[in-house]
Write a protein that binds this ligand. Sequence first.
Ligand SMILES: [Zn+2]
Length: 471
Amino acid sequence: MLGRVLGAVLAVTAGLGAAHTASAAELRPDQVRFREIYKELVETNTSLSVGSCTEAAAKMGARLKAAGFTDSQLTYFSVPEHPKDGGLVAILPGTSKTAKPMLLLGHLDVVEAKRADWTRDPFVLIEENGYFYGRGTSDMKVIDATWVDMLIRFKEEKFQNKRTIKLALTCGEETLEAFNGADWLAKNKRDLIDAEFALNEGGGGRADANGKLQAQGVQVGEKVVQQFRMETTNAGGHSSVPIRDNAIYQLAQGLLKVRDYEFPLQMNDTTRAFFSKVGVGRNDTMGQAMLAIARDPNDKAAEAELNKDRGFHSMLRTTCVATLLDGGHAENALPQRAGANINCRMFPGNTMEQTKAALEAAINDPGVKLTPLQPIRAKPTPPPLDPKIIGPMEKVAAKYFPGVPLVPTMSTGASDAIYLSPVGIPTYGVPGFWSGPEGSGAHGLNEHMSAASVYTGRDYLTDLVKAYAGG
Ligand SMILES: [Zn+2]
């Protein structure tokens, strides 16, 4: 998950250009080793069907051990039912007794990729015309490789980090079927990953068609998925003698009410900062509306303008939409049952109960039953727009991305941050890497990232973690 929000919505006046692309021959020795880690991760298949996160975690652990991490600083974890969905927590102790630890989070698993559909082998790291291709090159093995490489460099440099730096490499982010390591660590090994804050995927930048970086995003909070089964039942009967009372019609009426129901506008510090920062950079009606809504969330004209953009519309409220449909049991019978799946994306801070009550009030028919489906998420607390976190991000960005605005974003999707925030570890999606207007192919075909993004993003994040950890 990278740059999704920025990708969909930005039209900021351009800042300075991206760094030039280094060819493999011009790489610094430290970049050569980083590239090897990146390659090893991409070429270790970690998809649910045939891959193994456990194997990828073991390879990263071996590299850390070779760099001087002791066995007690490396904790491998898995559960017997999911032997291939294991992970690793590595700890680089800090020198300070008072500074709280920080956590680097990365999921090792990737979305399935079919060789026949891709132009190149998805499980071989291929560098071509200034781009790296392969499953996970963007989501999110580039960040995993950066975290591992960083810890090795800190060891080698004998970096005197004040804060303890923890790294958690986990599995199961991309699918509900696998064992989710971030969820498991939060519930079972809270002490091991205890940290004042965590850095994760979900942020990132956006370049224009000429490779010029337009903005960098830091993800501060995300919407939460909650699904409902909507169902109607009826006595049914022979279809030759129909009556108006019909499970399918009743469900259809309810679905139209869901379509027409608009959840009330909500804003938080992140979305307010997003709209005011992006609005300043635009010279159009939408930009005016962004500034207006940031000043006054009751500005109905501004809201109406923003609602024309489906991304902004979703950022401003909880949304619920019908995504699956079933009903009836025979072509010549009146239906005894009809059902639909309602997929909701709750604004941070909203609960399943509030969302269900709002839908039931809108449907206004006790015959239409709504049942929440698992998983029912704990109410997340959005991380604060903390200057101690955002300040260093801006300061280091001024060195690597001069003139490029750093914009707080709230993702309309979800990442493993949803497991850490309920246990009191505010989690931020880091800026640094970026994609072009075509996107990164994450979850889709021919996933890629420019070499300029890979090497500059890595340098940016290394300096950023140094700034947080103190030396
Ligand atoms: Zn991801």
